[in-house]
Design a protein around this ligand. Structure first.
Ligand SMILES: *Cc1c(COP(=O)(O)O)cnc(C)c1O
Length: 377
């Protein structure tokens, strides 16, 4: 069976993890955290990177930093992972769901203005599949209405918009290193602080609400409880894994792009009836995902079954947030959600992992035959 996902880890990850353990400094903010932070800064161009234990944690930090309160509204897509909304619901905010664009499946920037009310405080954008939202238009709308922008760039490390790394365009950006993402540390994430106003408070929130970071830099003579906060930092063992992965970022991205390109060329040449991913000109993407848009949920189920019979695992997502029990309880929709519903029903993801590019002929053969409903030999 060709699995849907396969973590690309080797000896260096193991070596670094052992080194972190042997160093005796297993807690957070050790030497490997420093190294990983520097590598992320160099890759993204963001001067203020804080490692977290997940992207969910980074999103929660963002909601705390924006000082969001009960009843504040946050505009976001419904076609996303639960954490994009949960972080804000935890602060008592109301997620206001807006439909996505039919081409990139990112939030439809044309529909944001209609969702803005006097209670709107922020826009959360999600760069689906590592392909950028229309950040020029979104930042313009945000500036006009004095709204903050949080980029859920969980899928987007290694992706760029007009040459700028995703996660560094909004006020705050959130990355994930969950083992389904391109660069992994099992669980892991980072907060990118693009607006210096948030820097000092971010360090405090991440360290249980204390000024421990300032204490270690010698800026204060004792550390104390200063603010709300939680424990958002990863162990240095996790940071060691992340270092090893970040050193291979170029290699990993190149391998994924190679497979993405092979899928795209191979499928568009032979099958006209399925929708393929669209990457706008301004976007350089990290090939986080390759998906097909089928004609119906029935066609999707049949395709997935055909692929399974050919020993290839496929997957789909998301149950749209606006239709889920918690989404209905805590959020509201703005406008029609037709594109979101179609993507929920009809999108199917193909296996995507480094190393799989060498088996593209076999994969394309299975895909073509599954699409035309050929008999499995
Ligand atoms: C994976 C993902 C997250 C959550 O990341 P964790 O690191 O697992 O917390 C959030 N948002 C999106 C869009 C994701 O794909």
């Amino acid at each position: 069976m060709i699995p849907f996902n396969k973590p690309y880890v080797g000896d260096i990850e193991v070596e670094y993890a052992i080194e972190a353990i042997r160093s005796g400094h297993l807690r957070g903010d050790g030497a490997f955290t420093k190294r990983a932070t520097k590598l992320l800064s160099d890759e993204t161009g963001c001067q203020h990177v804080l490692l977290t234990h997940s992207c969910t944690a980074a999103l929660e930090m963002a909601a705390l930093l924006l000082d969001l309160r009960e009843g504040d509204e946050v505009i976001m897509p419904s076609f996303t992972f639960v954490s994009s909304a949960n972080a804000f619901v935890l602060r008592g905010c109301v997620p206001v769901f807006v439909d996505i664009r039919p081409d990139t499946l990112n939030i439809d920037e044309q529909k944001i203005a209609d969702a803005i009310t006097s209670r709107t405080k922020a826009i959360v954008v999600v760069h689906y599949a590592g392909v950028s939202c229309d950040m020029s238009k979104i930042m313009k709308i945000a500036n006009e209405h004095d709204l903050s922008v949080v980029e859920d760039a969980a899928q987007a490390l290694g992706s760029f918009y007009k040459g700028t790394a995703l996660g560094t365009i909004g006020h705050l950006g959130c990355l994930s290193f969950h083992d389904t993402k391109n660069i992994i540390s099992g669980e892991g994430g980072a907060l990118l602080i693009n607006d210096k106003r948030y820097l000092q408070r971010a360090e405090i929130i991440r360290e249980k609400g204390t000024n421990r970071s300032q204490f270690f830099r010698g800026h204060v003579d004792k550390y104390t409880w200063c603010d709300v906060g939680s424990s958002y930092l990863p162990s240095d063992v996790v940071a060691a894994l992340l270092c090893a992965q970040l050193e291979k970022l170029k290699e990993i991205t190149a391998k994924r792009r190679n497979l993405w390109q092979l899928y795209f060329a191979g499928i568009s040449a032979s099958v006209a009836s399925v929708g393929l991913p669209v990457v706008p000109e301004d976007c350089l993407h990290n090939a986080h995902m390759f998906y097909l848009m089928m004609e119906s949920s029935k066609a999707r189920a049949e395709f997935m079954e055909q692929m399974r019979l050919r020993q290839v695992q496929t997957a789909f997502h998301y149950v749209s947030l606006h239709s889920s029990p918690a989404g209905r309880r805590y959020g509201r929709v703005s406008g029609a959600m037709d594109v979101t519903e179609r993507a929920s029903d009809c999108l199917v993801r193909l296996p995507m992992w480094p190393g799989l590019e060498t088996r593209s002929d076999e994969l394309l053969h299975a895909i073509r035959n599954s699409l035309i409903g050929g008999v499995v030999s």
